[in-house]
Structure formats: C-alpha cells, structure tokens
Design a protein around this ligand. Structure first.
Ligand code: UD1
Length: 361
C-alpha cells in the first residue's frame, strides 16, 4: 500500500509521529509538508523531538489569507498526487493543510483517510470547523478519536467508512511522557510544581480581537500564581500590532515565552496547577495528564473533558477566567474516553482493511 501523508501545521506533527512509525513497519509512506508552519520552533523541533521522518516534499506555502494559502497548496498537491499516484492520502485534523490535502485527493478520485474525523464545535465562524466538515464529507475512511465523533458523523448521515480508532495524541503523550525531565524544565523557567498556570492563545477568534485579547491579559495578570504563556507567532504579531505587548511584558504575573517544544510542553503541563488555553489538542493533553483546564472559548470539540468535569468553558470574559482558574479542582474520575494509547496501530489496521486488497501480490 502506498500512502501519501500530508502535514503542515504544529498539531499535525504531534498526531503524525506515531502513525508514521506504525505505518512504515509494513507500508510505503511518502510524507509531504505543506510549509504552513515554517518557524523552527513551530515545525523542525517537532520533527527532531518526535522522531518524525524528514518530509519527502516541502511545499513551503508559508502564511497568507485562507484562500491564497489553501489555493496554493491545492494546486501543488494536485500535481504531486497525480505524479505519485498513491492508494490513499492521509490527512490530519482541521487546518488549511487538511482541507487542501483532502480536496486535492478527492478531486483526483484518490481515497482520503481523515485522522481525527467527526469532531464538531458547531461554530461555523471557526475556519477549523469549515475545514473539518468539508474534509469529512470528501473522505472515504473516517478515523474517529471518540464515540462523540462517530455520533456527530452519523447525525450528518456519514456511516460508511467510519472507524473508532482512539486518539493519536494519547499515543504520542504516552510514548514520550517517560522521557520528559520536568525538574530541568521547571528550573529553567524558575517555576515550582503546582505553583503556576500554563497558557496558550492562538485561535483567530481570541487572538485577532483586541478586546478579547486584552481581557485575557487582564485575567492572567490578576491570578495569584504566575502564568507561563507560550506565545504563538500569530498572537505575538497581533499583540505588537494592537499595542498590547507592554501590557504583557509589564505584568509581574505573566511570563511570556516563545512557542514551546513538545517535551517542554509536556513537562510544564504535567506540573501546572492548571491549563488556560484556546487550543483544541491541549485541552485533551491536560486530561491525559490529569491537569484541570480552563478553555478560553464558548464551545469545544472535546465535550467529554467538560462532561467529566476536567474542563471549563469560559470564553474570554475576564471575571469568568479568574473565577474558573482560582477554583480548579481535580474530579475523581478520569476514564479512558480517548482510547488505549494505540490509535496509530488501529489506524494502520483500518487502512489495511479498506485498501489492503489494492496491493499487488
Ligand atoms: C493553524 C490552524 C489551527 C491550528 C494552529 C496550531 C488553520 C486555519 N488553523 O492556526 O487549526 O490549531 O495552526 O498552531 O489552518 N506564523 C509564523 N510562523 C509560523 C507559522 C505561523 O509566524 O511558523 C504566523 C504568521 O503570522 C501567520 C499566522 O501565524 O500569518 C497564522 O498562521 P496559520 O498557519 O495561518 O494559522 P495558525 O493561527 O497557526
């Protein structure tokens, strides 16, 4: 079986790492990097730390408006897929790279397998929600992380090719967690275990809006424990353009640092009092490690974390953020709703089952 996998943005590197490893045991994989994320600390460092093979192709698409960024990838991927003629194209998550990979393959009648299929926020103002819905509806194999995702697809009439495989981010978390030296990372940042919050902010809805971003900054500033804020490049650019950098740098309580590498993220997350984030994947990573989360959004795709009491949705209201962050608790139950940490193997089995008979003897 010849698989072309398309990645390009930070969360996709974390998801692809275990799948590449499992896939390459028995199959040919061609890895394509769209270049959507290109800074060393948004891309290369993840390949190094997670042992992801070097991409066979890098399209170097870079930043831009959604249309231009997606359109450029679409054209380049169409050419590449035509040349490579794969049995299946594997895409991950909900970014513009996912959309371009899925659409380009579907238009060439190449089956699309979507890792993290079926997630919904039911908020169409999020670019990621549009990407998810479109990619799911052009996919041939829908690899779902949760029962909720399977049910979401059923509700849209998508049943053929739907497989519950578990969450690949749990595979990565379990595989690397034991190699993490939390003590060294905490010392490097001058933090004590349990005595700080970890924060990330990068969603368009939060980071492109000066009012919301200011409210988040004021809330972080008011918390009783320091907030280590790993600032996404998009947010950094916006903070500078909105004149908000002084509020961040002038705060005694906020420690703004560049984007963290995977091992540092795990180290800092596992020892934090809580996570403050608008990230999708990190809400789950907090759950994996038993760290309570405050989500700076009104809705989430990872509804299990909220239902089980580990995650609170507060939006970007200053008072609500402060109230939630100061009253964090660890609920007694943390069931395995994200699978058993072997989603990558389940994905390879699902690919084998659906496309294995296409392999020449
Ligand atoms: C993208 C994904 C989002 C994912 C996130 C993880 C889409 C629509 N969004 O958002 O789902 O959760 O990645 O990080 O695909 N930039 C740099 N260097 C980089 C990458 C980005 O400076 O290496 C800056 C640029 O200013 C760019 C901005 O970040 O304009 C936005 O980058 P983009 O890839 O379009 O979206 P993200 O906000 O990163």
């Amino acid at each position: 079986m010849k698989v072309v996998s398309v990645v390009g943005a930070r969360p996709q590197f974390v998801k692809a790492a275990p799948v590449c490893r499992a896939l390459r045991e028995h199959h040919d994989e061609v890895l394509v990097h769209s270049g959507q994320h290109y800074d060393y600390d948004m891309s290369e460092v993840f390949f190094e730390q997670l042992g992801i093979p070097r991409p066979d192709y890098n399209l170097a698409v870079g930043s831009g408006g959604h249309g231009r960024q997606t359109g450029e990838m679409l054209g380049m991927l169409e050419e590449l897929f035509s040349e490579l003629d794969p049995d299946v194209v594997l895409v991950y998550g909900d970014t513009n790279t996912t959309l371009a990979g899925g659409l380009a393959a579907a238009k060439l009648h190449i089956p699309v397998a979507h890792v993290e299929a079926g997630l919904r926020s039911y908020n169409r103002s999020m670019p990621e929600e549009i990407n998810r819905v479109v990619v799911d509806h052009v996919s041939d194999l829908l690899l779902c992380p949760t029962r909720t995702a399977v049910a979401n697809l059923q509700a849209e009439g998508v049943v053929d090719g739907v497989e519950l495989v578990g969450d690949v981010m749990l595979d990565t978390a379990r595989f690397f967690a034991e190699h993490v030296d939390a003590g060294a990372t905490l010392a490097q940042h001058g933090l004590e275990a349990g005595g700080y919050y970890l924060a990330t902010v990068h969603r368009a809805a939060t980071s492109d809006d000066a009012g919301r971003l200011s409210a988040v900054i004021r809330a972080f500033d008011r918390l009783a424990e320091p907030v280590l804020w790993a600032v996404h490049p998009r947010t950094k650019k916006n903070l500078a353009e909105m004149g908000l950098l002084d509020a961040v740098e002038g705060s005694d309580n906020i420690r703004a640092v560049p984007p963290l590498a995977y091992m540092d993220t795990v180290a800092l997350l596992r020892s934090a009092r809580g996570l403050l984030t608008d990230s999708g994947g990190m809400q789950k990573e907090a759950y994996f490690f038993g760290i309570p989360c405050v989500t700076l959004r009104e809705e989430t795709e990872w509804t299990e974390t909220v239902e089980l009491g580990w995650n609170r949705l507060v939006g970007t209201d200053e008072e609500a953020i402060v109230a939630a962050a100061t009253s964090l608790e660890r609920p007694p139950m943390r069931p395995d709703v994200y699978g058993d940490g072997h989603a990558a193997e389940a994905i390879v089995r699902a690919l084998d089952k659906r496309y294995g008979d296409r392999v020449a003897p």
